[in-house]
Ligand binder design. Sequence first.
Ligand code: MN
Length: 744
Amino acid sequence: MEYHTQMTVEEEELLIESKFQEMLQAYKNSPHRQKIDIITKAYNFAKKAHHGVRRRSGEPYILHPIAVANIVVSEIGLGSTSICSALLHDVVEDTDYTVEDIENLFGSKIASIVDGLTKISGGVFGAQASMQAENFRKLLLTMSEDIRVILIKIADRLHNMRTLSSMLPAKQLKITGETQYIYAPLAQRLGLFGIKTELEDLCFKYEQPEAYASIEKKINDMQPHLQSIFDEFSKPIANKLHEMGYDFDLLMRIKSPASIWRKMQRKHIPFEEVFDLLAARIIFTPKEGLSEKEQCWIIYSVITNLYKPHPERLRDWVTTPKANGYEALHVTVMGNSGNWEEVQIRSRRMNEIAEKGLAAHWKYKTGESEDSELDKWLKTIKELLEHPEPNAIDFIDTFKLNLFGVEIFVFTPKGDIRTIPQGATALDFGFYLHSDIGLHCIGAKVNHKLVPLSYVLKSGDQIELLTSKKQEPQPEWIDIVTTAKARSRLRSIFKKEIRGITKNGEMLIDKELKKLNLTRNSETMPELLSHYKFAHADDLYYAAGRGSLNLDEIHNVVFKKKSQSRWMKIWKLQFGSQKKDKQDKSKFDKSKTIQLTDSTTNIEYRIADCCRPIPGDDVLGIMEENGSITIHKSECNVALKLKSSSGNKIRSVEWTTHKVLSFPAVLEIKGIDEVGVLKEIARIISEDYSINISKINIETKDGIFTGILRIYVYSADDINNLCMNLLKINAVKSVNRVNSEEYE
Ligand code: MN
């Protein structure tokens, strides 16, 4: 039974009751199973508290907490305390009840979790940078106090994402931005792979509806074909495992739309060239007498007796689990169809961890805490919070980098294994071991050879640190370290020095800009940051202040290019300016989707330089301070960042085909250098009246040609047509739209 708007009150009551029973049943089926009473009490209390309130979709509010509780038990595997907290999670926020009321009725544990959830309910990102940092800090703080707070928060976010269609478009983009920036990485870090994948797919679906739909359709169309490949591939493996008396499941896994899309973007390839769509997963019940690890390797042997393994693609997370708890053995083998196929081997226990995260197995009771990877991670968070970065955005980013980044393994001189973020230097490792070691480091030995403190660690390195009591920390060290812990420690020591240098840098940049009659603002700063390749203004100022930047480039390169480039033209559309006053109001109406067409007259808009969208792309708008709107591709990384840092400035934009104005785009054509092929390409382009060429550049090397085609088009459809026509030429092997910046 699902909610629909014509339901009678009685039908609604039945629906609510059935959803609650469904959740309760999931709890009864789980290994925890005693506390039905308190759950029922929490349910009745929440139901009464939210009585008469509805969600945007029109459904009774209580369906939301029930759904969150269901995710908490079914998809994260938590018990009664978490279920009660999930049922009550919006009570303090949205009704007159207080945390004290909850404490009196349900005890202090549930009350403190609900309190934590209430504190971080305002969204991670507020309007101002300082707010963001404060909210983010709160989120981390409550998380480090009780991991269940963040698990329930993730469940809450997942349900909001599943029901996102009833939100206003601009709000949707704010929510997806936050989800991508914080919640999906958090879910991954906590080992909730299923939830992480679903969150990413939902973001993709709402941000780029057309791309999502096209990939989804292609997957569906290919389903029978993939199934037959899989059946043929998996049958011999299944036969052999049956013969050996194994109880197992052999599942077909298809890559998620979001990760297919990421791969297409990263490698500039069409869907058809994503070859690793399929993976096989073996989940086995271990036999008595042998360890799970040994049995994973037995199954590995079965597979590699049948198929040739890829020499470099073996991942052994059984011997050394990932920091988020993930355990499995991954092997890639050559299937009979000539494709590499990945097989993931897991015991039932490993599979449980992979699906529900390490937290499901985590011990909550105090006093019994063993130092699991999760414990260590939470400890790191607590330490970091003791020395927060003064700069808000830095603070968030340093955390993100360290808490969600890729990790590598290194060894201590005694052979103990340690995990540390990728990119960490020898000096970082000192701080990782202990602040005192970091602060007195003079050098390091990696694999018995002396290296400088700036040495970047690689997985498998054995590292020994050399310290001296006489050593004092140096300001330059800030440039050497990459981990949050080391960075925040050093920054707090050199606070004064940094401030001075940063201020000086600001002055120097202002001086250069003044020569051009420019100031630091939302137009010039992104240009400077992208030119000098810094993520944050403060890093730019600091580098400028230290004299490590060539500031002459500001007028020679950055803004010179800008004034000459047609790409940067501001499209101020001034024909047919009737009804101007009337429309001006709707321009600031956040809830309305902005329609851009040839006849758009009341909005000043600018095409973002970073991704250069054209009509027909999935786009979004960022409201600038002067009231104009910058149009980015939805998938643009710069936009992603802006979305999460200034969600309130996002406007939903629809950009339909133009007939009058054309827009720049760049195509890359690759193929075999045969006689006549260039002529053929030229013919096809010249016959296409919707395309104007501004420049063609073709290079040939070793019998392969690469052509860069700069064109003006009216819409994305024009490009797609042109690509299709060009691909009809036999010698042309690929045609892709590329970011023109790469070719300037
Ligand atoms: Mn909620």
